[in-house]
Design a binder for this molecule. Structure first.
Ligand code: G6P
Length: 491
């Protein structure tokens, strides 16, 4: 959906002052803004994991969504889209460099993903992170009706819960961390570790992808603050050190709109497109697929290395097998992402040069994003789906692949280091992506798996993914949050 920017007031479910009973706060709005040649601002719906997960809930509640437009210096009035009120937060170029590319994606992202890439600690970035978090908190405070539920998302906004509580003690505040929460031994590298933990503790309920993330967080609370913990409950001490309000930290594994993906993949257009994709690839016996943001956490290099070695060893050959790697552009101004792109593209070039033949590429590398229809067709076409992240909060691609396979065929190779592995085992073939030899064996097993065994595994996976969809996820988080005792004795 596309629209012209407008300053129209919301028709969303809100109280008489135009404020909302449910406010989602996330770094990005579920739309992207572009400015045309005449300077008119236009917006387009932007797909993506978080958006897919939250848009239906917010729309259903006719709530508001506070977030950044994705472009620098866009000043825009709140506007209505698809039954939601979208409230843009403006980021300058310098905010983008220091808060988004800097602190969020070059400090927290690598630190929280087990320092796969070294995190950078800059005091100026921290100052920008605090400043921008305050801006989000103020926008949410202005939008929330009395006693509203505010749901804050992800590592970019960890200070918002405490800032918001200070501004609006009447609110019920939830926070969900979409990415892993690291072990305290790593987390304590962060010079501002205590402020981050205190920021999150402004929430009543803190959600994580895995039980392990929640317990890492609780351990950090114990190690770094004076608050007390008992199982998943943290008792926050007030300024005098007296025990005050309770905060719950627990796992709520996120999912996808499974039915939508299932239905999409059953449409004649998508089915025809899947056949066309296979034909375009020369109807290989085995089509393997990788779909990732081009991110160093995804283990793309490890996967391609293993695949290249299998061609080298002669255990796979380009006449019968091909790998399609979709790597969607991401965070392209961050050095570690630029280095990764160079590495991956160099590796793909070398492997294709060495093993490709006329009419048979070893790897089809696509540095693009695609609409959901094309993704569903790719999933349907692929015999083997390779998800080999070195660390991943959940990994929704794995779930999308399963939801698309109503034919109960296809093999999912899944890294042990994903949240999805915790949930989906024993259906997928699990791999440790650091163990290249082990991964090679698993890839060969996947390529040779009999249709009967594929069906047995896929059935089990589909039972799980079709039942535990994103609606259930948000209902269960919001259900726990709203059932918590009313706020009385807080700071
Ligand atoms: C991950 C994060 C999201 C983020 C997305 C895309 O899934 O958990 O918060 O929006 O990546 O990254 P980007 O930096 O483009 O928003």
């Amino acid at each position: 959906m596309t629209g012209q920017g407008s300053s129209k007031k919301s028709g969303a479910k809100s109280n008489d002052k135009g404020r909302s009973d449910l406010v989602v706060v996330a770094n990005r709005l579920p739309v992207d803004f572009t400015t045309d040649e005449d300077g008119h601002v236009e917006w387009h719906r932007s797909p993506g994991g978080l958006v897919t997960a939250l848009e239906p809930v917010t729309r259903e509640a006719e709530g508001a969504w506070v977030g950044w437009s994705g472009a620098p210096d866009v000043e825009h009035e709140p506007f209505e889209a698809d039954g939601m009120l979208l409230v843009p937060v403006t980021l300058s170029r310098s905010d983008i460099e220091r808060y988004y590319e800097g602190f969020a994606n070059d400090t927290l992202w690598p630190l929280y993903h087990d320092v796969i890439s070294p995190p950078t600690y800059h005091r100026q970035w921290w100052d920008a992170y605090r400043r921008v978090n305050r801006r989000f908190a103020e926008a949410a405070a202005a939008q929330a009706a009395p006693g509203a539920v505010v749901w804050v998302h992800d590592y970019q906004l960890q200070l918002v819960p405490a800032m918001l509580r200070e501004l609006r003690p009447d609110l019920r505040i939830g926070f969900f961390d979409h990415i892993p929460f690291p072990a305290v031994e790593l987390f304590q590298q962060l010079p501002w570790r205590t402020q981050i933990v205190e920021g999150m503790l402004g929430a009543d309920l803190i959600g994580f992808q895995r039980g392990g993330d929640a317990s890492n967080f609780v351990r950090s609370v114990r190690r770094l603050t004076k608050h007390t913990t008992r199982g998943p409950i943290i008792t926050v001490a007030d300024a005098d050190g007296k025990p005050g309000r309770h905060v719950r930290a627990a796992a709520f594994p996120i999912s996808i709109d499974s039915q939508h993906f299932d239905e999409l993949a059953r449409t004649p257009e998508v089915q025809a497109r899947a056949k066309e994709i296979r034909a375009d690839l020369g109807n290989p016996k085995v089509m393997m697929l990788g779909v990732d943001r081009l991110d160093y956490t995804k283990g793309i290099r490890h996967r391609i290395k293993a695949y290249g070695e299998l061609l080298q060893d002669g255990r796979l050959d380009v006449e019968h097998c091909t790998l399609v790697q979709v790597a969607s552009p991401s965070r392209e101004n961050v050095g570690a992402y630029q280095d990764l792109r160079e590495h991956v593209e160099g590796l793909v070039g070398r492997i294709n040069g060495e093993f490709g033949e006329l009419g048979h590429s070893a790897i089809h590398y696509l540095h693009h994003s695609y609409p959901a229809e094309e993704m569903a067709a790719l999933y349907l076409a692929a015999d083997v789906m390779l998800v080999t992240s070195l660390r991943d909060g959940m990994n929704l691609v794995a779930k999308e692949y399963i939801a698309a396979r109503s034919d109960e065929q296809g093999v999912l190779v899944l890294s042990e280091f994903t949240g999805a592995a915790d949930e989906l085992a024993p259906g997928p073939l699990l791999v440790n992506p650091h163990d290249i030899d082990g991964m090679k064996d698993i890839i060969v097993t996947a390529a040779r798996m009999e249709p009967r065994e594929q069906r047995r595994r896929m059935r089990r996976l589909r039972r799980k993914v079709m039942a535990d969809d994103v609606a259930k996820w948000s209902q269960s988080f919001l259900g726990v949050l709203t059932a918590m005792p009313p706020r009385t004795s807080h700071v």
